[in-house]
Write a protein of this length. Structure first.
Length: 342
């Protein structure tokens, strides 16, 4: 597997829409960009931005658009306006890469057409020149840093050892943007947007999440999760964290608990997290209690002689439903964490 880093003008042009929409976080993060491009933007274009924000139900306009555009081959090498008007190319890209979205093709294309005049006006206002002079040098500097780190690290060999070659993609593409903070965006085909202000840990955490998530989702252990959902301690943790983890079902919550434990264990082994237990205890307000139990198992009980699939299945089979709070308390004790401190 190769991890490849890129810059992309088109993606930062889409990120600019979040700032123009008046999203308070983006406006606060990029005040100068807002002044440079929101204030001189025509009322017609600003109205289009707000109307699309209303249709999407969010001031974050770029994520669905960036994902849709990323389905198109060489989307980072063609003018964004050309992509917006190439209905045949977009239809073909959907058929090949995301056939489930074909039913929404017309709505997505309408968004492209509605935004095209806004994109055109932003380029007339000099966004390309701004990006080349203010953003591109910073992106290239960060790209050199993260590429150098990736070459020195053992991340790829660790992923091979953990999952096996069959369970990881041939390539992961990470697009470093200058106007995406504080959010990352998942794109098509094992690609994502991260911001140049993200730490190395956050970049790898976000970029590799899909590998861990796919691995857990495709295991035969899903039936066991329904048994775990009956544990009162798990039910209480799920209810307590609904606001922070934003998951509709306890099954999804449990699956994500396993994903996070595996990922945090991996990041610890890679040198990113010197104290994975403290990190996890603060993650999602400490509501990922099954993560803590599994991380404890991976850290202290896993010899590395068995595949992660076998480790996961055997661990799930060994869990005493109805007594998981005892395992959680034991895990905190081994980590030197006093539950009363949180």
């Amino acid at each position: 597997m190769d991890i490849l880093f890129h810059d992309c003008y088109n993606l930062d042009l889409l990120n600019l829409l979040n700032i123009l929409s008046g999203d308070p976080i983006y406006k606060k993060t990029y005040p100068q960009v807002f002044i440079e491009f929101a204030q001189p933007l025509s009322l017609d274009s600003m109205q289009v931005v707000h109307e699309i924000s209303s249709v999407l139900g969010s001031t974050l306009i770029s994520p669905p658009l960036a994902f849709s555009v990323s389905l198109i081959p060489k989307f980072d090498q063609k003018p964004l306006l050309d992509l917006f008007f190439d209905i045949e190319g977009f239809h073909e890209a959907l058929e090949q890469n995301a056939p489930r979205l074909l039913a929404q093709k017309d709505q997505i294309f309408l968004l492209f057409q509605a935004l095209a005049p806004v994109i055109q006006e932003l380029e007339y206002l000099g966004f390309r020149e701004y990006w080349l002079s203010e953003c591109y040098p910073l992106i290239e500097e960060r790209k050199s840093e993260i590429e150098e780190y990736a070459m020195r690290s053992n991340h790829i060999s660790m992923l091979h050892d953990m999952f096996g070659v069959a369970n990881i993609p041939e390539e992961i593409h990470i697009y470093l943007c200058a106007l995406s903070a504080p959010n990352g965006v998942r794109l098509a085909n094992h690609s994502c947007i991260t911001d140049i202000t993200f730490s190395d840990q956050k970049i790898f955490d976000f970029a590799l999440h899909e590998i861990f998530q796919s691995f857990v989702a495709n295991r035969n252990s899903q039936i066991k999760l329904f048994d775990l959902a009956k544990d009162t301690f798990i039910q209480l943790a799920f209810d307590k964290g609904k606001a922070s983890h934003r998951m509709d079902t306890i099954h999804q919550y449990l699956q994500n608990n396993i994903v996070e434990a595996m990922k945090i264990h991996y990041l610890n082994k890679g040198g990113f997290l010197p104290d994975p237990f403290e990190f996890l205890q603060n993650f999602k307000q400490g509501t990922y209690v099954l993560s803590m139990i599994f991380l404890d198992h991976l850290h202290w009980m896993n010899t590395g002689s068995e595949s992660i699939e076998v480790v996961l299945e055997e661990w799930l089979d060994s869990l005493p439903v109805g007594k998981l709070m005892d395992l959680y308390t034991q895990a905190l004790g081994r980590a030197g964490i006093n539950l009363g401190d949180y």
